[in-house]
Design a protein around this ligand. Structure first.
Ligand code: 13P
Length: 239
């Protein structure tokens, strides 16, 4: 599988920044996906003209209803989005999302026809206490949807997000191997087909070595995804 390079713009981006997505789309790079804020999805879908897959950073678990300020997976699909990120650690932290909430959102995303990127990862304290594998197991157990189709896992150590710190390549390999083991135990053979991304302080300088680690099927990039120059430099490191 060619590597997948996914940009998560988080709460960044105004109309003028659409030019970055247009530049990514015009570059001819393959396997580049961008999750802009909800406000830019419509315009991003138009300028990307199918060359960059556009997605949401979150969705509600319900298709519609009395949930002021929320956006459903069906609404994302209606805009032409092709994927949704669920369970990002910033949403777990800022919005108190639980594994059960994340599972419901993943199910909703798949039901709406979106590919789902489900994020998991340990905190610094959990890693220091030797609990990384136990945390990943617990998050996967609580949040995996019923279906392995259209599912992608993103391993994002919380302490590596926005800090400039990344795990050793051996630690990335160990975490991905642990996740793979859980996926195949849970889904059977279909678990082999689930792509696993690494996320957390990915830059053009470290992307090549991270993408070279066993079972790293791509990267989920925050800060370094905001400009076409930076994200395309990351994409260019893909083996
Ligand atoms: P940074 O690449 O800015 O560390 O963010 C990673 C992330 O959270 C992507 O979802």
């Amino acid at each position: 599988m060619p590597a997948l390079i996914v940009g998560n713009w988080k709460m960044n981006g105004l109309g003028e920044d659409i030019a970055e997505i247009a530049a990514m789309a015009g570059s001819g790079a393959r396997g580049v996906w961008i999750a802009p804020p909800f406000t830019l999805i419509d315009r991003a879908v138009i300028v990307s003209a199918g060359a960059v897959k556009i997605g949401g950073q979150d969705c509600h678990a319900n298709a519609k209803g009395a949930h002021t300020g929320c956006v459903s997976a069906a609404m994302l699909a209606d805009l032409g989005a092709g994927f949704v990120i669920v369970g990002h650690s910033e949403r777990r932290r800022d919005n108190g999302e639980t594994d059960a909430d994340v599972r419901a959102k993943a199910q909703a995303g798949q039901a709406a026809g979106l590919e789902v990127i489900l994020c998991i990862g340990e905190t610094r304290a959990q890693r220091d206490a030797g609990q990384t594998n136990a945390v990943l197991t617990s998050q996967l157990s609580g949040s995996l949807p019923d279906d392995a189709e259209a599912l992608i896992i993103a391993y994002e150590p919380v302490w590596a997000i926005g800090t400039g710190l990344i795990p050793t390549l051996d630690d990335v390999a160990a975490a991905h191997a642990h996740i793979r083991q859980h996926l195949t135990a849970h889904f059977g053979p279909a678990g082999h087909g689930v792509r696993i991304l690494y996320g957390g302080s990915v830059t053009p300088a470290n992307a090549g070595e991270l993408l070279g680690v066993a079972d790293v099927g791509g990267v989920l990039v925050g800060g370094a995804s905001l400009t076409a120059a930076s994200l395309l430099a990351i994409a260019a490191t893909a083996p």
